[in-house]
Write a protein that binds this ligand. Structure first.
Ligand code: A3P
Length: 293
């Protein structure tokens, strides 16, 4: 029996240890308002990147001052709860990892959802869980231990597929913009333009503004900022900006693990169109899985 991360349970939902229970309850009761803007993701799917893009667009390309954490500018709803959110002046920008059905909804609120392939998500979530000792107590955990929890959906914020499926069903809604991490990575200019249009910002017709958003939200720039300010990060806080690539999963997965994750992907997502989000990656995972079958 492998090591398992520890969580706290909030109404049957696993959360990182230390997230206040009251905040979670209050988050679910938050009544979304017209003009609210949610950055919604399953953990490790590009949340921080999307937050930076949204912040930059909303602030005409001027980056967040390094002394103010992103968690204050675009706070995590489940972590801070309604009372703090209510204090924020409109328009409110919020981050959430909740599935669609649990996310506060208003038809005049907007929701940017970023999906990432489950293979890279699992690897990134593993590093996060191992690194954040006070939240998970998993410092000695190995990838193979974490993989079992991820595959079973027994990790914080619930099952990856529950989250993805719930949002993907709404991908065509007028107030939802559904993007993938991989498409953002392949063509950030188009992604930023689409996010800008979705936010109703005229910025995106302005080339210098678009360049500023792209520059300040690039992996290189975000990673440099993170290093510069790492002394302010608690010791046990892992880097949110790590490798930032598509395909790191091949450095961690065994073929048998890839086969099992593919089987779950197929079982949960067949007929939904989700597999078409990552055709090349899934083909590569199938090849990889066959290696030792
Ligand atoms: P890796 O661990 O694979 O490197 P989240 O913000 O949801 O926790 O997601 C973190 C993941 O997004 C990490 O993936 C991180 O490196 C990646 N990431 C953060 N900023 C990025 C950027 N500007 N460009 C590409 N990837 C980025």
């Amino acid at each position: 029996m492998g090591l398992k991360p520890s969580y706290t349970w909030h109404d049957g939902f696993a959360m990182p240890m230390g997230f206040p229970r009251e905040a979670f309850g209050a988050a679910l009761e938050y009544s979304a308002e017209p003009g609210d803007f949610f950055v919604a993701t399953y953990p490790k799917c590009g949340t921080t990147w999307a937050q930076h893009i949204v912040y930059l667009i909303a602030h005409r390309g001027v980056p967040l001052p390094p002394t103010s954490p992103m968690g204050e500018a675009i706070p995590h709803l489940e972590e801070i709860g309604t009372r703090m959110v209510a204090r924020k002046p409109a328009p409110r920008y919020l981050k959430t990892h909740l599935p669609f059905g649990m996310t506060p909804y208003h038809e005049q609120a907007r929701y940017l959802y970023v999906a990432r392939n489950p293979f890279d998500c699992a690897v990134s979530f593993y590093h996060h869980t191992r690194g954040f000792v006070k939240h998970y107590d998993f410092a000695e955990g190995r990838f193979e231990d974490y993989f079992e929890c991820f595959l079973a959906g027994e990790v914080d914020f619930g099952d990856y597929f529950d989250n993805l499926l719930s949002w993907h069903e709404h991908a065509g809604d007028g107030n939802v913009l559904f993007l993938t991490y991989e498409s953002m990575s392949a063509d950030p200019r188009t992604a930023v333009t689409r996010i800008g249009q979705f936010m109703g910002a005229d910025c995106i017709s302005d080339e210098s503004l678009l360049s500023a958003v792209l520059q300040h939200s690039s992996f290189e720039s975000m990673s440099k900022d993170q290093q510069r300010w790492s002394s302010r990060r608690p010791d046990d806080m892992p880097a949110f900006i790590r490798k930032g690539i598509v395909g790191d999963w091949e450095n961690y997965f065994l073929p048998s693990q890839a086969a099992r994750l593919l089987e779950k992907l197929d079982r949960r997502c067949r007929g939904t169109g989700i597999e078409a989000l990552w055709p090349d990656l899934i083909a590569e995972a199938r090849r990889f899985a066959r290696n030792t079958q």
